[in-house]
Ligand binder design. Structure first.
Ligand code: FDA
Length: 369
């Protein structure tokens, strides 16, 4: 018998939930991470007493009571509601598109007035057969919303003109005819009291963790000490890129401590105007209603991805999806490795979806294995 039942590569939310469930079922786990900390992308760094979301702002939200109850075993949540604004052409607009936004754009005061305005704009600028992202957006919401609140942000995010982006990127653009600035529609929402690291610390209580350790630097050794591997890193890297490299969009974060108590009065403000290179500024203390003397803000710049950079958003176009399917098929032939999480499945997942996926995969594994 080998020393460990499971060697888990990656201490993000997927690896941590898997390790927790396996340990609860009496299995012995070792969890590795190549970073100097656990938690993957939900990790927060404490700066000036403020939990700084190091890999981008994270708001927990779900409609699924089982997932909500599950995370609440490990941490309690505050009553934070994400309600970002957008700075566009020198003015602030509420997001997501709702009655407040329409009032700010056009002065419309009733849902009937706002609906009328949008329908009129769609008629005037939309097309039946949108061929690119710009035409798609114009057909869904018309010119004013598109130009004021979508165009610049989207072009910065993808590093390409909206007329050169495929229409499929935007499938729907929800508009809301109530004065409701809550970005998410889910029933449960909040930020962990005490920060995200607490979830991971509690999930990994009594589990052996090795940080600063890259699985690939010692693959054979690690394979020999455990019966099974749970792999949450990049699937193309696992197979030595034999079908080609999967592509991503990346981000650069510029974080500053400011000697002021309250910089922008909100956790998130998007920057639609093209003269700013960043797409948003996050002021971290507002996630936890902080009243520290100083504040920490992060400007977020979208970037092209190269293999030294963090892989943030998979580019699920046809080319990449086809490459991924080759890896997926190959991965299914290995019966001692379980692939899971955003990098191994080459898929954007929210946190609640990652937890759901880790619970399903660990249950299946622990029942059969
Ligand atoms: P994650 O990337 O967290 O963990 C993988 C771990 O594996 C990493 O720690 C990595 O170092 C390690 N690893 C990889 N290869 C390795 C190797 N070879 N050896 C050792 N270790 C290795 N979700 C949400 O619900 N609300 C939100 O508001 C947001 N916001 C958000 C903003 C941004 C900018 C992004 C990119 C994403 C979000 N998310 C989100 C999504 C959220 O970040 C995501 O669902 C989880 O962090 C995914 O957890 P994983 O465990 O799959 O990956």
């Amino acid at each position: 018998k080998k020393e460990y039942d499971y060697l888990i590569v990656g201490s993000g939310l997927f690896g941590s939930v898997f390790a927790h469930e396996a340990t609860k079922a009496g299995k012995k786990c070792l969890i590795l991470d190549k970073r100097k900390h656990t938690g993957g992308n939900i990790y927060c760094e404490n700066i000036e007493g403020i939990n700084v979301h190091k890999y981008g702002p994270h708001i927990f939200h779900t409609n699924d009571k089982k997932i909500w109850d599950y995370v609440n075993q490990f941490v309690n949540f505050n009553h934070f509601v994400y309600s970002p604004l957008s700075l566009s052409k020198g003015k602030l607009y509420n997001l997501p598109f709702n009655m407040n936004t329409f009032y700010q754009l056009w002065g419309t005061k009733t849902p009937a007035e706002a609906k009328n305005k949008i329908e009129q704009q769609i008629k005037e600028f939309g097309s039946d057969n949108p061929k690119n992202l710009e035409e798609q957006a114009l057909s869904l919401v018309g010119k004013d919303i598109y130009e004021t609140l979508i165009k610049g942000y989207t072009e910065k995010q993808w590093g390409r003109k909206a007329t050169e982006l495929p229409a499929f990127i935007i499938k729907r653009l929800p508009v809301r005819f109530t004065f409701d600035n809550n970005y998410f529609n889910d029933r449960y929402q909040g930020i962990p009291i005490g920060g995200y690291n607490k979830i991971i610390e509690n999930l990994l209580e009594n589990i052996e963790v090795k940080l600063d350790t890259d699985y690939f630097e010692n693959k054979e050794y690690f394979e020999n000490i455990a019966t099974k591997i749970v792999f949450t890193g990049k699937i193309d890297e696992y197979f030595d890129y034999r079908f080609g490299k999967l592509e991503y969009r990346s981000l650069r974060f510029e974080t500053q401590i400011l000697d002021t108590e309250n910089f922008q009065g909100n956790a998130g403000i998007n920057y639609n105007d093209i003269e700013y290179q960043h797409t948003r500024i996050v002021e971290h203390k507002h996630f936890e209603f902080g009243n520290q003397k100083k504040t920490v803000v992060t400007k977020e710049y979208p970037e092209n991805w190269t293999s030294e950079k963090e892989a943030y958003y998979p580019i699920n176009d046809e080319k990449n999806q086809a490459i991924y399917l080759n890896y997926k098929k190959l991965s299914e032939t290995l019966n001692n490795v379980i692939f899971g999480g955003r990098l191994a499945e080459y898929k954007y997942y929210d946190m609640h979806q990652i937890i759901a996926s880790a619970l399903i995969k660990s249950k299946k594994e622990l029942e059969n294995g």
